[in-house]
Write a protein that binds this ligand. Sequence first.
Ligand code: CAA
Length: 256
Amino acid sequence: MTYENLLVEVENKIAVVTLNRPQALNALNKGILDDLSSFFDDVKSNDDIRVIILTGAGEKSFAAGADIKEFASFNAEEGKQLAAKGQERVFNKIENCTKPVIAAVNGFALGGGLELAMSAHFRIASTNAKLGLPEVTLGLIPGYGGTQRLPKLIGKGRAMQAIMTADMFTAERAEQIGLVNEVVEQANLLARAKEIAGKITKNSSIAIGQAITAINSYDKPNGFDIEIASFGYLFEEDDFKEGTTAFVEKRKPNFK
Ligand code: CAA
C-alpha cells in the first residue's frame, strides 16, 4: 500500500497511517484527501489490517486544516463541492469504516484536521496537542462535518462557543470534555495507540465491525433496531461459536 501523501506501516495487523506534508503542517490538500479516500477503500479487503491509527508527520501538527491556499479562490459551488465530496469520500467513509480507526493527535488539529480526528472512532492526544475549529476567522464555517460531530462529542453549548470564538482546546481540556480519551507524552503517543490497537486485535473483528455500526447509530431513531439486527446477525458467525466455546472450555478465544 503506497500513497504519495501518506506513509503506511503495517505490523501485527495494525496500520499506522501518517499524513505526510509536514512542511504545510499536514494541511489537507486534494492529494492527501484522495490518498485517504483510496486507503479507506483499499483497507476493506486487506486482511492484514484490523485496526488503523491516523497521525501526522512531524512533532508539531496532526493536520492544520483544509489547505487554505487551494480553496482561497473558490466560488460558492466549488466550496459546496469541496465540503460535499470531502465528507462523502473521506470523513464519512472513515466514520463508517468497520475496522476501528484511532486518531493519534500529535499537535495541531485545526479545522479539517480536527474534523478528521473527529471522524475517527476515538482520539488520544499528546500533551502538546491543540484542537479547534477556527474557520470563522477565515469567513467560513467548518465544512468537513465539524458543526455536526463537535456538538455530539462535547455538547452543543461548548461547540457553539468553540466555533464562534475559534479558541483552541489544550490537550488537557480536550480530555476533560471528552474530545479526546487520553493524553500522553508525545514520545509515547504512538506506543500507547498501538497498545490500545493491540488489545482490539485480540477481540472478534466481525463483532467490532457490528459494534461500530451500532454505536454510530446511537443518535438515530432506529439505533435500537440496528443494535438488535447486528446482535442477531452475529449468532451465525464463527467468532460467536469460538468465543462461547472458549469461555466454556476455560481458554482464550482464537478469532480468525
Ligand atoms: N492550509 C495551507 N497551508 C497551511 C495551513 C493550512 N490550513 N496551515 C499551515 N499552513 C502552512 C503555512 O502557510 C506555512 O507555509 P509556508 O511556510 O509556505 O508559509 C506552514 O504551513 C507553516 O505554518 P505557519 O508558519 O503558519 O506555522 P505557525 O507555527 O506560525 O502557526 C498554525 C501554526 C497556528 C497552525 C497556523 O499555521 C494556522 O493558523 N494555520 C491555519 C489553521 C486554520 O485556519 N485551519 C482551518 C482551515 S479551513 C478548513 O479546515 C475548512 C474546513 O473545515 C473544510
